[in-house]
Design a protein around this ligand. Structure first.
Ligand code: LCS
Length: 393
């Protein structure tokens, strides 16, 4: 079925799906590593790119392709490239678009490993990067060098909830001939469609909102053009960053409810943000849906809704944060985000406990920062849980 003119909710369910020989209502799992050619000529045609038949699952697979086509449709892009994890998407993009003597400008507060893999690994191959506050276009302009090729953005950023103006970034990129890549994990295509602002590459850790059920890891990249699609797919295939058919099946199942999950989660998040903003033990709160967020107007401009990620500071710093973590009952004390279940994390005492103080400050992670991924439970239960845990702080 041609799904091009369908609405977003219909695309969630039907885009990318195909009818198999038995009329299965869902996309089947093609759990195979390889595909039989009818004869030698067909094999030759497939390898020469003269036929779009499947060859080998690292290169392509019907179940994986159904997911790739689905996310490409949701992001209004040319094509999708599924990867085994969100980091598989990040590294495939870096491998395709960076190289010896090439410089990248990136959001300072990106997801830690997206920065770590440049600083610890790609740097050994002569890749250079500058990390700046991309909320400020002047800082981005000042960081661009003659060898800059890529502008790598994350908005909202993890876990500082800072926003970057995509329209403004695309304008700067066009002036300097840069490719713009955006990590859209925190918003999902339901809330934000970077390609519509002129961005070249958008990608996700589908581990989060797109799959939404905390039961697999995965990634998907969508490009605006065929040229970028071919370039990045080559890196994904040659580095072996492919997704598995079973993973793809799970994500296809999860993505169908993306819109209704996000609607409920962000409705809960707004109420929780109001509660936290007025709580005497909360020092500060960063939620794009609050007027106190410095980029509230930008959030209204480039996002369809404010999402369900909240960062807040608990008075009393490290010790208070630890106390809060040890006393929540409903919220699950765990990393990751974007699932139906509410998750809570305190980077300073958990994921970033071993990171030197200076590096933590540089990444925007204060000792009191608590990251809250709001789920779709009854909001009264989530607030009651926070209330009892904050009372013990
Ligand atoms: N991009 C963002 C914005 C992320 O939050 C993550 C993972 C990734 C990329 C990498 O995706 P993965 O390979 O894990 O699928 N974020 C995590 C987090 O905040 N806690 O645990 C993982």
């Amino acid at each position: 079925m041609d799904t091009k003119n369908l609405g977003f909710n219909s695309k969630l369910i039907h885009a990318g799906a195909f009818e198999d020989a038995l009329g299965s209502a869902t996309v089947p799992i093609y759990q195979t590593s390889t595909f039989k050619f009818k004869n030698a000529q067909e094999g030759a045609d497939c390898f020469a790119g003269k036929s779009d038949g499947f060859i080998y699952t690292r290169i392509g697979n019907p179940t994986i392709k159904a997911l790739e086509d689905n996310i490409a449709a949701l992001e209004n892009g040319f094509g999708g490239i599924a990867t085994g994890s969100g980091m598989g998407a990040v590294t495939s993009i870096y491998m395709a678009l960076l190289g010896q003597g090439v410089h990248m400008v990136s959001t300072a507060s990106v997801y830690g490993p997206s920065r770590g893999v440049i600083e610890q690994d790609f740097s050994r191959f002569g890749v250079e990067a500058s990390y700046v506050n991309t909320s400020n276009p002047d800082e981005v302009r000042a960081a661009i060098k003659p060898n800059t090729k890529l502008l790598y953005l994350e908005t909202p950023s993890n876990p500082t909830m800072e926003l970057t103006d995509l329209e403004e970034m695309v304008k700067i990129a066009r002036e300097h001939n840069l490719i713009v890549a955006v990590d859209n994990t925190f918003s999902s295509p339901y809330l934000q469609k970077p390609l519509d602002f002129g961005v070249d590459v958008v990608f996700h850790s589908v581990t989060k909102f797109i799959n939404g059920h905390a039961d697999i890891v995965g990634g998907v990249i969508v490009t605006k053009t065929e040229e970028l699609y071919k370039k990045i797919r080559h890196s994904m295939v040659y580095m072996g960053c492919n997704m598995d058919p079973h993973q793809a099946f799970m994500v296809i199942r999860g993505v169908k409810t993306l819109a209704i999950r996000i609607e409920r989660a962000q409705e809960n998040a707004m109420k929780i943000a109001d509660y936290l903003e007025n709580h005497p033990k909360v020092a500060w709160i960063k939620y794009p849906g609050l007027k106190s967020h410095p980029q509230y107007e930008l959030a209204k401009k480039q996002m369809k809704g404010f999402g369900s990620m909240i960062s807040f500071g608990v008075k009393g710093g490290l010790e208070a944060g630890r106390k809060l973590m040890d006393n929540v009952k409903l919220a699950i004390l765990a990393v990751s985000l974007g699932g139906v279940e509410t998750l809570i994390q305190h980077p300073a005492s958990m994921t970033h406990a071993a990171v030197p103080a200076e590096a933590k400050i540089k990444a925007g992670i204060s000792d009191d920062l608590v990251r809250f991924s709001v789920g779709i439970e009854d909001v009264e239960d989530i607030i009651a849980d926070l209330d009892q845990a904050l009372a013990k702080v």
